[in-house]
Design a protein around this ligand. Structure first.
Ligand SMILES: Nc1nc2c(c(=O)[nH]1)N[C@H]1C(S)=C(S)[C@@H](COP(=O)(O)OP(=O)(O)OC[C@H]3O[C@@H](n4cnc5c(=O)[nH]c(N)nc54)[C@H](O)[C@@H]3O)O[C@H]1N2
Ligand SMILES: Nc1nc2c(c(=O)[nH]1)N[C@H]1C(S)=C(S)[C@@H](COP(=O)(O)OP(=O)(O)OC[C@H]3O[C@@H](n4cnc5c(=O)[nH]c(N)nc54)[C@H](O)[C@@H]3O)O[C@H]1N2
Ligand code: SF4
Ligand SMILES: [Mo]
Length: 753
């Protein structure tokens, strides 16, 4: 529960921990990376006209490396440097794979795998062999031709939102031309709940708020997001909002220090040294209980006569039931479920209702739950009850993950294809698309486990590392005949996610190295144009390919050159023309090569309460309260007398990793010195006779981790935090059946000595 939160308060039990986010450690990181001999190349890349590789806030592009879509400068964060530095490493030495067997490779940590360097020539692991070996392009294409001629339902793809719109579009076109809808994507593990929930309510699955809108808001409700680490430039907007007298309500079971106070290097004088206040109110709900909190806020709005009934009547449907549900749910039930007092809930309701333009923004703390879609409904219901949707400066804003993950969805890399896109694709392919439902990411692993997949092509990412239950992921992938990993860097998936017959790694150019222009889409619906570039990899053994060339060549070999002339699409201008023809809102893509005009996608930002639904009204949905019962000790495979504590584990990112790729072991901001830590509340630890820094066993529902160090933090009682991908070894998550997203943020665990 929230106490009066001050950055330097008693909540900060360890005086070694920083008292604010951002600040000098970040500046130190910049200096460390950019003032080295390699620093020059790094600076050059930072100024390259392309979107940042890291998160979907989408800094960079034609306005230059340091500008956001509003043209403001100094908008490049240390995470961007981290991501670029990793791609600027030297190549993995040419004899490396010949010298190191799989046994060696399997022992590498995520960080060690990434540090091996850039992948720079194609390799294959053949059945029965224990070494990856170099392979020729002609053999790769031969294997591809054979493996893509399998039954279409047995062919699948997985993608990570790192590649371009053009590569994404090609991937889905090639797959759909084959007759397969198995287009699993990392967004299934990420914001699928937002896409599904928002689409049902507003007819559009992305943010309805532009960056410009955010700048006009006077209140932001930030739910389940650790923006100081994962979307650092959003922090600049929150700082400015507070400075203009606005409020920030944070909803998070854990006090993330950077959400209390953040020192932004973008404001060296006014923020960097002393830090800027971020949260005006910090609510710490029980993990997974956000629906109850938002019903509480709704109830309070009703009781205090702060609901905008005329807005509801004119612009929404289903509101009566939503109001009735909030009225019928008792305060006792609400406060018990979410663990936040009525008084604090009322404070939040008043803060929202007394603001003119409220943005409701959220990330993984909201989507990665068994009731992820209900979480979205309950947040958006609250926005609607207060008239905060379809108005300048307000609305719902999922904070997207990977730099082009939203672009992948727009391009049709999804198992939920929009009807208009389907019809347009049928015209291009001159035949009806298959209606067999595709596998999303979790369904793909389950299907592979049931021996239903022969061929898998992975465009970026780390399917193995991103999934829960690593042992299952590994054994499922082992049942697939051939896997193609199209990657820039080695990762754990290349060593643990091996196919039955052939595992092939295709090394590709990073975004700033491609020989052609590409585009990407930010989470704020802004399309960026990325210039051509060149790679620093100069060794004579270097043999990289672009994603576009690889995909078009495979497609050409399996589909011929009619009705689509795939090889012509190697000039990405022609892909952009197809995109303009196929994807609603992307009309400006047809001329972007000439105009260089980056643009906001049409039909997504709502400034009037006229939504993209059939009726034009927003649909509201009742949101059942979640059942948050935790198992008892008997449900864990331990002797009954074991003295331990059962907690709801949230898994997520440390301050120095990008998803499955770890850059640095420690997380300074949370006082976690290495990866094998569990962050928990002091009173929970003491209830099981544990103390800080003690080594414990953490038992999940798919295994246990030993020698885990207990770290105390200002996390809610009953909750804990550990880092993925390591923790995926011990958890098997439930999923929200409406969107397929795993409940990574609420996994029951037992912690004991
Ligand atoms: N540097 C860096 N940037 C990144 C990434 C990265 O790994 N590194 N990853 C990118 C990607 S793909 C994504 S999806 C985003 C992820 O960005 P985030 O969503 O910010 O990251 P997470 O670490 O998953 O955790 C989010 C927060 O949810 C909180 N939380 C946990 N459970 C609950 C709950 O039940 N309710 C509420 N309200 N909050 C809860 C956690 O305490 C945590 O602060 O970042 C993107 N940007
Ligand atoms: N327990 C737990 N599990 C989670 C999550 C969690 O919070 N908890 N979060 C989930 C979320 S939100 C996500 S998005 C997934 C992330 O899952 P993924 O997107 O599958 O994984 P990444 O670690 O981002 O992928 C890293 C790899 O991408 C490749 N890559 C980088 N850039 C490029 C490029 O330009 N082109 C190509 N072809 N390859 C490139 C590199 O080889 C790199 O090693 O993980 C999910 N898994
Ligand atoms: S906020 Fe995101 S997009 Fe902007 S520079 Fe940082 S990592 Fe890149
Ligand atoms: Mo994500």
């Amino acid at each position: 529960m929230v106490k009066d939160i001050r950055a330097d308060s008693e909540l900060n039990t360890d005086k070694q921990k920083p008292t604010m986010g951002g600040g000098m450690p970040i500046v130190g990181y910049w200096a460390e990376k950019t003032l080295t001999p390699e620093g020059l190349l790094l600076w050059k890349t930072l100024f390259h006209k392309s979107a940042c590789l890291s998160c979907a806030w989408g800094t960079g592009g034609q306005k230059g490396g340091f500008r956001n879509e509003d043209g403001e400068t100094l908008q490049r964060c240390a995470k961007s440097v981290e991501a670029i530095a990793s791609e600027l490493l030297e190549p993995v030495p040419v004899h490396f794979f010949a010298k190191h067997s799989l046994n060696y490779l399997k022992k590498l940590t995520s960080q060690e795998a990434d540090k091996l360097g850039r992948l720079s020539f194609p390799v294959i692991l053949r059945k029965g062999k224990s070494y990856y070996e170099r392979i020729s392009w002609s053999e790769i294409y031969q294997i591809a031709e054979a493996s893509f001629s399998k039954k279409s339902e047995r062919i699948a793809s997985y993608s990570s939102g790192r590649s371009s719109n053009e590569a994404a579009y090609l991937l889905q076109l090639m797959m759909r031309a084959l007759g397969s809808n198995n287009l699993a994507d990392c967004s299934d593990l990420c914001h699928a709940a937002s896409t599904v929930g928002l689409k049902e309510m507003f007819g559009s699955g992305t943010s309805m708020v532009s960056l410009e809108d955010l700048k006009k808001s006077d209140c932001v409700v930030l739910i389940g997001s650790n923006a100081p680490a994962n979307h650092p430039r959003l922090m600049n907007e929150l700082i400015k909002l507070r400075e203009r007298g606005g409020k920030v309500i944070v909803v998070n079971p854990l006090v993330e220090i950077g959400l209390v106070k953040f020192a932004s290097p973008a404001y060296p004088i006014k923020s960097l040294l002393t830090g800027s206040d971020i949260s005006s109110l910090y609510l710490q709900p029980i993990p997974g209980s956000d629906v109850a909190l938002f019903i509480g806020i709704q109830k309070s709005l009703i009781e205090q006569h702060m609901v905008q009934y005329s807005y509801l009547q004119k612009h929404t449907q289903g509101w009566v039931e939503v109001i009735e549900q909030a009225q019928a749910t008792s305060w006792e039930k609400i406060t018990q479920t979410c663990g936040i007092s009525k008084d604090l809930i009322e404070q939040a309701a008043v803060a929202i209702a007394s603001s003119d333009r409220v943005v409701f923004a959220w990330a993984m703390g909201v989507t990665q739950h068994e009731n992820g879609v209900d979480n979205i409904f309950s947040i958006a219901n609250t926005a609607l009850l207060t008239g905060n949707a379809g108005k300048v400066g307000s609305g719902t804003m999922p904070i997207r993950g990977h730099s082009n993950v939203q672009g992948f969805g727009s391009m049709g890399v999804t198992i939920r294809l929009k009807e208009e896109i389907r019809l347009a694709l049928e015209k291009i392919l001159e035949r009806p698309l298959s209606r067999v439902p595709g596998y999303d990411t979790r369904a793909l692993i389950e299907a592979a486990d049931e021996d239903k997949i022969d061929t898998l092509i992975c465009l970026g990412g780390n399917l193995y590392g991103a999934n829960p239950n690593s042992a299952q992921a590994s054994s499922a992938l082992k049942k697939i005949d051939t896997i193609f990993y199209i990657s820039t860097k080695p990762n754990l998936g290349h060593f643990h996610g091996l196919a039955k017959r052939n595992t092939i790694i295709i090394p590709v150019f990073a975004r700033f190295e491609n020989p052609h222009k590409t585009t990407t889409e930010s989470g704020n619906n802004f399309v960026r144009l990325n210039d051509e570039g060149e790679t620093h990899l100069r060794d004579e053994d270097v043999d990289l390919i672009s994603e576009i060339e690889f995909l078009t060549e495979i497609a050409h070999r399996i589909h011929g050159d009619s009705p689509v002339n795939w090889r012509k699409l190697q000039d990405t201008k022609y892909i952009r023309q197809l995109i303009a023809q196929t994807i609603p809102g992307f009309e400006k893509m047809a001329t972007i090569d000439e105009t260089k005009e980056e643009f906001t996608i049409g039909g997504r930002i709502f400034h009037k309460p006229e939504f993209a639904t059939k009726s034009g009204k927003a649909s509201m949905f009742v949101t059942p309260l979640p059942d948050l019962t935790l198992p008892s000790i008997r449900d864990f495979d331990v002797p009954e007398y074991t003295k331990g504590v059962i907690l709801a584990l949230g898994t997520g990112r440390s301050y120095s990793q990008h998803n499955t790729v770890v850059y640095k072991a420690e997380d300074k901001f949370r006082g976690m010195p290495h990866r094998n830590c569990i962050l928990m509340n002091k009173s929970d630890a003491e209830s099981a006779g544990l103390s800080e820094h003690q080594r414990v066993t953490v038992q999940g529902n798919a295994g246990k981790m030993e020698n885990v160090e207990v770290i105390y933090g200002s996390i809610r009682e009953g909750a804990a935090l550990m880092f993925y991908p390591e923790v995926n070894a011990i958890i098997h998550t439930k999923v929200d059946s409406r969107c397929g997203t795993p409940a990574f943020k609420r996994v029951p665990i037992l912690v004991y000595k």
